[in-house]
Design a binder for this molecule. Structure first.
Ligand code: PRP
Length: 213
């Protein structure tokens, strides 16, 4: 039997993903072993393989068919814009993509001036400001701790994930506009969905049962 390969986003979502898989009888705890440097884990009984990847790489593995199934945040899927099927919302990892900044930036946003927007998500930021709001902005790509940008004067606002809101609060920033809600999603390679239809459908049905129990 051909292995069914899963690409899982490393980090925040990994633990919850594995816990959910465990509930449907897919066990591969080794994946979360902090002491191992091994990258790929096989469950021979199930004919499945699992690997953790940088979240933004998960859609790439799935689009090219190196993984049949991927679990990643909606933020990553929107940002990467890969060709794949998004088949299920797992309902965890809930947060929001927002435009944030100091309260004083609220007026600047309304004026339709060219402002600087710092973000780890340049594509999401660009499509929100140019396509949705028809506003020309300068996007500055950062790789983390984006909240720093408006504080030190790199940008007027940021586009970032807000979960509890405590990072914003502790840094004197606030949500100015909401772009979209986010959560963990299951994505499937387009060819795999046809070729491995039965096995994939079973997994999705089982996950759906767990979600609705
Ligand atoms: C994310 C995000 C915010 C924070 C939001 O950052 O970019 O900074 O979490 O969470 P909160 O609303 O609950 O405070 P992450 O921890 O992934 O680190 P990074 O910014 O360095 O990438």
């Amino acid at each position: 039997m051909r292995y069914l390969t899963f690409a899982l986003a490393k980090g925040r979502l990994a633990k919850k993903t594995m816990a959910m898989f465990k509930q449907i009888g897919i066990q591969c705890e080794e994946v979360l072993d902090p002491d191992t440097r091994k990258l790929i884990f096989v469950n021979e009984e199930l004919g499945m393989r699992f690997f953790l990847a940088k979240p933004s790489d998960v859609p790439t593995y799935v689009e090219y068919g190196a993984a049949d199934i991927g679990i990643a945040g909606k933020d990553t899927l929107l940002e990467e814009g890969r060709n794949l099927y998004e088949v299920m919302d797992l309902g965890f990892g809930k947060c929001r993509m927002c435009v944030c900044g100091p309260e004083s930036a609220r007026e600047i946003l309304k004026k339709n001036e060219i402002i600087r927007v710092a973000s780890k998500y340049p594509n999401i930021a660009k499509s929100y400001f140019s396509d949705k709001k028809n506003q020309t902005v300068e996007i500055i790509k950062l790789n983390g701790s984006v909240e720093l940008a408006p504080i030190v004067g790199l940008s007027e606002v940021i586009v970032d994930i807000v979960e509890t809101g405590s990072t914003l609060k502790e840094n004197g920033l606030t949500v100015l506009e909401e772009i979209c809600p986010l959560s963990a999603r299951v994505v499937v390679n387009q060819v795999s969905l046809r070729m491995e239809h039965e096995r994939i459908r079973k997994i999705l049905t089982d996950l759906d049962k767990v979600l609705h129990q």
